[in-house]
Write a protein that binds this ligand. Structure first.
Ligand code: SAH
Length: 420
């Protein structure tokens, strides 16, 4: 299960790249998404090209999701390869694609230049398209109920490696490869054809890779050609509660949503579920969250995975309710997703209902998170970057024409849990 282990040969399309020392210490190749527009202009000038070519390249990448020199017909034929080679190196190679929910949920396992494996998940809903992205290969936070946490940290992703996951999702949509989600009502708003939301809830602890994550948020939300033009309000950064970094994020002047993975209202239990709690305890984490809400005006999302007989007792719901009452917060309850080797399971429906009722009785808004992607190990806490198939793989990602929905696994079971 370790992301650092080269995948087994039979599961690999490209030859396995052994993780070398250079791979661990070397940096991913520089990409235009690592740079702001001024930096891209300077890089283009270094190649002896007029600096406005930086804008042209940026429009291709952020606006048309293309990295192929052949598509860049507005660039002189003689310069295309050099410009694309210097500023649009291939960073992530799709190693495996898995789909469920009739193709509207799609998980991609990516291989980076050094063999590191990360995953991203695209979820198309009637009214939005959410990309769940990884910020690190592996994770160092060691939460015992999370598959990613079991494997340890391999390395931080670069800004461009994070952005590239979203651009790849946007490309799948633009190519017509993700079918429409069935409309819930006939008066549903127009169907989204672009990535509308990004959540940093894939592999890794985003605030432990602070600079690259904040840079990626800027790239994702700056308008084309600087970036992709996604609304800051549609970006969520989720953290185990690294208090100093939450304070720093509050001061960035960004309107992104902060999600705090709390999972327990008391330090005794949280020390075991989220080990970093031994460093920053519940009260301190929540204080940082309320400061974030005060500075940004954004409601904080409190993530709480409901684990049967571990953290789902009525008294814990009441304690959580009393901590959150009157705050700019809402609770996102996540029915625990199964992870390999874990003895824990999701709460019983009755316990979940009672937990919701008690929070609501404190006036705290609550939603129960849908567990999209469960059957492809793409749901919260299941991303472990194993290259072993857990569901039938899709045919390797086509680059152009949209495949008909029928190529997707027809035996995919229905979503095991829906938003309530
Ligand atoms: N490290 C960050 C980003 C990961 S987000 C964080 O912890 O917030 C992934 C979310 O899914 C977190 O809220 C995490 O606690 C939760 N999660 C992890 N394992 C899970 C599981 N097995 N079932 C349900 N949720 C889980």
């Amino acid at each position: 299960m370790s992301p650092a282990r080269p995948p087994s040969r039979d599961a690999v399309a490209a030859p396995p790249v052994p993780l070398t020392l250079a791979g661990r210490s070397g940096k991913p190749p520089r990409h235009l998404a690592d740079l702001d527009l001024a930096g891209r202009r300077a890089a283009v000038a270094d190649l002896g090209e007029p600096s406005f070519r930086a804008v042209q390249l940026s429009k291709h990448f952020f606006g048309r999701y293309t990295e192929h020199p052949d598509d860049m017909t507005d660039l002189p034929r003689t310069s295309r390869a050099a410009l694309a080679g210097a500023l649009l190196p291939a960073l992530l190679t799709a190693e495996r694609e898995l789909a469920c929910d009739d193709g509207t949920t799609r998980k991609t396992l990516w291989r980076a230049f050094d063999g590191a494996l990360v995953e991203s998940v695209l979820m198309r809903y009637p009214d939005r398209v959410t990309m769940c992205v990884s910020s690190q290969a592996g994770c160092g936070m060691a939460c015992p109920f999370c598959a990613t946490g079991q494997a340890g940290l391999t390395r931080n992703l670069s800004t461009a490696e994070i952005v590239a996951q979203v651009v790849a999702g946007a490309r799948l949509l633009a190519d017509g490869q993700i079918p429409d989600a069935p409309a819930r009502a006939s008066d549903d708003p127009p169907k989204p054809s672009r990535v509308s939301n990004v959540v940093f809830m894939g592999m890794g602890e985003p605030l432990a890779n602070y600079a690259n994550v904040v840079n990626a948020v800027r790239r994702l939300t700056d308008p084309v050609p600087e970036g992709m033009g996604i609304s800051q309000r549609s970006v969520t950064v989720s953290t185990v509660g690294l208090v100093p970094a939450i304070g720093k994020l509050a001061a960035e002047g960004l309107s992104v949503t902060l999600a705090v993975s709390l999972h327990a209202p008391d330090d005794e239990l949280r020390d075991t579920l989220v080990p970093v709690n031994r460093r920053w305890q519940v009260a301190e984490v929540l204080d940082a969250a309320w400061d974030y809400a005060a500075v940004t005006g954004r409601r904080v999302s409190i993530e709480y995975a409901l684990i049967k007989d571990i953290n789902d007792q009525a008294w814990r719901a009441d304690l959580l309710g009393s901590l959150l009452a009157g705050r700019l917060a809402h609770v996102n309850l996540i029915p625990l997703n199964p992870t390999p080797g874990s003895k824990w399971t999701a709460s019983r429906p009755a316990a979940q209902r009672e937990f919701v009722r008690r929070l609501e009785s404190h006036g705290v808004p609550v939603t129960v998170r849908d567990t999209r992607g469960r059957e492809i190990d793409g749901a919260c806490g299941q991303l472990a970057a194993s290259s072993r198939p857990s569901a039938p793989p899709l045919p390797s990602a086509p680059t152009s024409a949209a495949p008909p929905a029928s190529v997707l696994p027809s035996a995919a079971p229905p979503t095991s849990a829906l938003p309530s």
